[in-house]
Write a protein that binds this ligand. Structure first.
Ligand code: SF4
Ligand code: SF4
Length: 170
């Protein structure tokens, strides 16, 4: 039985917690009261339990980065506003997501959408059905986005390379 949070942290998650603390020191103020879980609209319909997620981070559970729960938050900020300790759980979740993706824990569905973005400049590229609807409404078949200006893809590629985003998508 660990005697302190410090002792209970695993080496693997220690660096994650260190990185989180460097950006979000408030996370250490969490007293596990559960007000976040009780307020979370997503938790009413999914398995997401924000208090439990915060606990996993603080206790150094190694599965936190690969957890599906991490992606069930809609970032509505209700828990952020209601937390009596200002532990800023929404910020913690967003930072955990960034760390998870950087460390190669991107979910397959997210990977698919991210690749679409890299290849087309859109998360949801246009299809024949939408083209037809646009035409029937008297619009140009293509919206005034990268679909109409494919040369912009070169600029996108520069950004994707500079940020390392394409590499992260696998
Ligand atoms: S994040 Fe805030 S509301 Fe949630 S358990 Fe910790 S102290 Fe309570
Ligand atoms: S920000 Fe996320 S975790 Fe917090 S209440 Fe909203 S859905 Fe739940």
């Amino acid at each position: 039985m660990p005697t302190s949070i410090q002792e209970s942290r695993s080496r693997a998650v220690e660096t994650v917690l260190d990185e989180l603390i460097s950006h979000s020191r408030n996370l250490l103020k969490c007293v596990q009261c559960g007000a976040c879980t009780g307020s979370c609209p997503s938790g009413r319909r999914t398995q997401l339990r924000v208090r439990r997620l915060m606990e996993k981070v603080l206790m150094g559970f190694e599965d936190v980065l690969n957890s599906d729960d991490l992606w069930l938050c809609t970032t509505c900020y209700v828990c952020f506003d209601r937390c009596p300790r200002d532990a800023q759980p929404t910020s913690v979740i967003k930072r955990l997501r960034n760390i998870a993706v950087r460390k190669g824990f991107m979910k397959a569905a997210h990977q698919k959408v991210a690749r679409l973005f890299c290849d087309t400049g859109h998360l949801v590229p246009i299809n024949d059905e939408v083209r037809a609807v646009r035409k029937s409404l008297g619009l140009s078949e293509l919206p005034p986005t990268v679909h109409s200006y494919p040369e912009s893809l070169k600029e996108l590629e520069t950004i994707l390379e500079a940020t390392g985003f394409r590499r992260m998508t696998g």
